[in-house]
Write a protein of this length. Structure first.
Length: 197
């Protein structure tokens, strides 16, 4: 049995050394790597996800950012692009809405349509009710039933961000000191100055 396997200090040291070697191997600063990272960052807005996309560690990128002002400036622009994309998505969800699947008894529900015979007439069952079947898309798959949802909360955030003077939350705290309290405080100060009780 190796002593390295038994000693946590050695294991930690070995693990750290291996990570350092790996980072040196993949952590080369190149213009291509910078462009790829910045594109991934602009798309996702997430440093860790963008770092993984280009095969480097986030700490390597943060160090690069600290040491290279032009890279830091490009990083900030990529974040601005990502935020603009998030704002667009928030607006779409708030104003245009989004489709939410209808789930009934734990299962996806599907759009239904009447069953028709070869002559286009609606087919009825034995009780006289229309027979129904799932509506199919152009590929022959059942079309899920959805409900259009809107996000009032996102709309509120957008309005507060873009028109804060009109939509910000307002709270005011007013302190009014009446004349009698102000007079009592002046009298107390005078007594303290004169040394009388």
């Amino acid at each position: 049995m190796s002593m390295a396997n038994d000693n946590p200090r050695i294991m930690t040291y070995v693990g750290t050394e291996l990570k350092k070697v790996e980072r040196k191997r993949v952590g080369k600063r190149t213009p291509e790597r910078a462009v790829a990272f910045l594109a991934a960052l602009a798309e996702s807005g997430q440093v860790k996800k963008a770092a993984e996309a280009v095969g480097v560690s986030a700490p390597f990128l943060y160090k690069w950012r600290d040491e290279d002002p032009s890279f830091a400036e490009a990083w900030d622009r990529a974040i601005q692009v990502a935020v603009a994309g998030m704002e667009d998505e928030a607006r779409r969800r708030a104003v245009d809405g989004y489709d939410e699947l209808v789930i009934h008894q734990g299962r996806v529900s599907y759009e239904m349509e009447p069953v028709k015979d070869d002559e286009g007439r609606v087919v009825l069952d034995e009780q006289g009710n229309m027979m129904m079947r799932p509506r199919l898309d152009e590929h022959g798959n059942p079309v899920p039933l959805t409900i259009k949802r809107y996000s009032d909360q996102l709309l509120t955030f957008l309005l507060r961000a873009h028109a804060p003077e009109k939509y910000r939350e307002r709270s005011e705290i007013r302190h009014e000191v009446g004349d009698s309290l102000a007079d009592a405080m002046r009298a107390a100060r005078e007594r303290l100055r004169s040394g009388s009780d």
